[in-house]
Ligand binder design. Structure first.
Ligand code: UD1
Ligand code: CA
Length: 449
């Protein structure tokens, strides 16, 4: 039997933020979700998250994970006090409990698995993950013999000068035999520099405690402040880029681009400098992204190129060219071979194959047929001050430069609209519509009196 408990009740004071610490994100995913996800592979019988400070937001953030049980710690009196809250819940639970700090986001599933299997094969009362850090400041120091039997953990603030020199640190990831730790938890006191009940004090009260030193100390980076958050973000970005480069993605200047871990790439994708992918994206083969572009929650089919542009919540089909300086807002759907050019904004619109909006346009709430050319400066006036309205444009149309299409409006197939027109009435198929006053040209009187 296995229970997993994640500590997420702390105030996170050092973060200086209105957002709870465990809800800070790296590569688009919260620290808490990352810790939860890395335990998924263990298929625990019980998954518990201990909440307290800003518990409402934390519960909401993972409300879709139905297998998680929340336990409230009120007030937040330290990590040992947090685990004490499990006593009435786990009662006589007969198994192991994996306890993880909610602020250790880079931990890998394989490391946790290794901890659990060593713990079980060596029949320990407790097993902990440790790391040798060049700068161990802030971490609890682990004192153990050569065989890895742990004697005690002393918190940084409670260490003597001599003890601080020990750079074997506690990662905040523990595996306990519940039956053993249960008795010990009740005996913990808060006789320390922070007047808190430390989980780490349980170690010296247990008989056999082993430590497993991680091979990559980056995995156990704890996040207490914004600097550590940024360190973890950078490490994760590097991991993600390395992973995708090995799968065939080409980064021109890797350190200037960021990607979310929910982005998937096809083959031969090129990512130019300062290009960022956020949220969930699927990027098809041969796409060329950037430089200087932001793509969020979008699907790009093969051969799409995006230059100096922003694309959000959109679906872009094959061979589409976007940019420079286009803004595709949520609900944009571009079919094959469309071309979106300079200073064009599109929102909640479908453009069928081979349609072009090349210069200086706003296209909102539109449905546009195949092979239509939207002329420079064409604007769809979709908003009457209170409601948004639709514009439907057929196939093979041409809108003249600077035309304004006032919605709701239906333009048939094969229509041409004269430059500078303000169109307020529907136009049937194969028609020419012009709405503008006639030009007056007069001879200038150049005579001087
Ligand atoms: C803790 C460890 C330290 C270890 C380090 C690893 C203790 C006493 N110290 O220190 O040995 O090296 O992690 O990163 O455990 N929390 C609660 N309730 C509370 C207090 C904290 O749920 O009352 C949660 C926090 O939300 C956080 C986790 O426990 O996710 C760790 O707390 P934190 O204050 O960050 O501990 P550290 O000082 O980093
Ligand atoms: Ca911490």
């Amino acid at each position: 039997m296995l229970a997993v408990a994640i500590l997420a009740a702390g105030k996170g004071t050092r973060m200086h933020s209105n957002i709870p610490k465990v809800l800070q994100k790296i590569a688009g995913t919260t620290l808490l979700e990352r810790v939860i996800n890395c335990c998924r592979g263990l298929s625990p019988d019980k998954s518990l998250v201990i909440v307290g400070h800003q518990s409402k937001q934390i519960k909401e953030s993972i409300s879709s994970m139905k297998d998680i049980e929340f336990v409230t710690q009120e007030p937040q009196n330290g990590t040992g006090h947090a685990v004490q809250q499990l006593l009435p819940i786990l009662k006589d639970f007969d198994g192991d409990i994996l306890v993880l700090n909610g602020d250790v986001p880079l931990l890998s599933s394989s490391t946790i698995l290794e901890l659990l299997s060593s713990h079980r094969s060596r029949k320990a009362d407790a097993s902990i993950l440790t790391a040798r850090l060049p700068v161990p400041d802030g971490y609890g120091r682990v004192f153990s013999d050569h065989e890895g039997n742990v004697d005690r953990i002393i918190e940084d603030r409670d260490c003597t000068k001599e003890e601080k020199k020990n750079n074997l640190t506690n990662a905040g990831v523990y595996c306990f035999k519940w039956k053993k730790v249960k008795d010990v938890l009740q005996k913990l006191t808060s006789n320390n520099a922070q007047n808190e009940i430390y989980l780490t004090d349980s170690i010296q009260k247990l008989r056999t405690v082993i430590q497993i030193e991680v091979s990559d100390s980056n995995e156990v980076n704890g996040v207490n402040d914004k600097q550590q958050l940024s360190t973890c973000e950078n490490l994760l970005q590097e991991r993600l880029r390395t992973y995708w480069m090995k799968k065939g993605v080409k980064f021109i200047s890797p350190n200037t681009s960021t990607i979310s871990d929910k982005t998937r790439f096809g083959k031969d994708v090129t990512i130019e400098p300062s290009t960022h992918l956020r949220g969930e994206n699927i990027i098809g083969d041969n796409c060329h992204l950037g430089p200087n572009s932001l793509i969020e929650d979008s699907e790009l089919k093969a051969n799409v190129s995006i230059l100096y542009s922003v694309v959000k919540d959109s679906v872009i089909h094959e061979n589409v060219q976007i940019g420079p300086f286009s803004h595709l807002r949520p609900g944009t759907n571009l079919m094959n071979d469309c071309k979106i050019g300079n200073f064009v904004e599109i929102k909640k619109s479908n453009l069928d194959e081979n349609t072009k909006v090349n210069h200086l346009s706003y296209i909102g709430d539109c449905d546009i047929g195949k092979a239509t050319n939207i002329g420079a400066g064409t604007i769809t006036a979709n908003y009457d001050g209170s409601k948004k309205h639709q514009t439907i444009i057929g196939k093979n149309c041409k809108t003249g430069a600077n035309s304004v299409l006032v919605a709701p409006l239906k333009v048939g197939d094969g229509v041409t609209i004269g430059a500078g027109s303000t169109i307020t009435q529907d136009i049937p198929n194969d028609s020419l519509a012009i709405e503008r006053s006639r030009q007056i040209t007069k001879k200038k009187n150049l005579s001087k009196d």
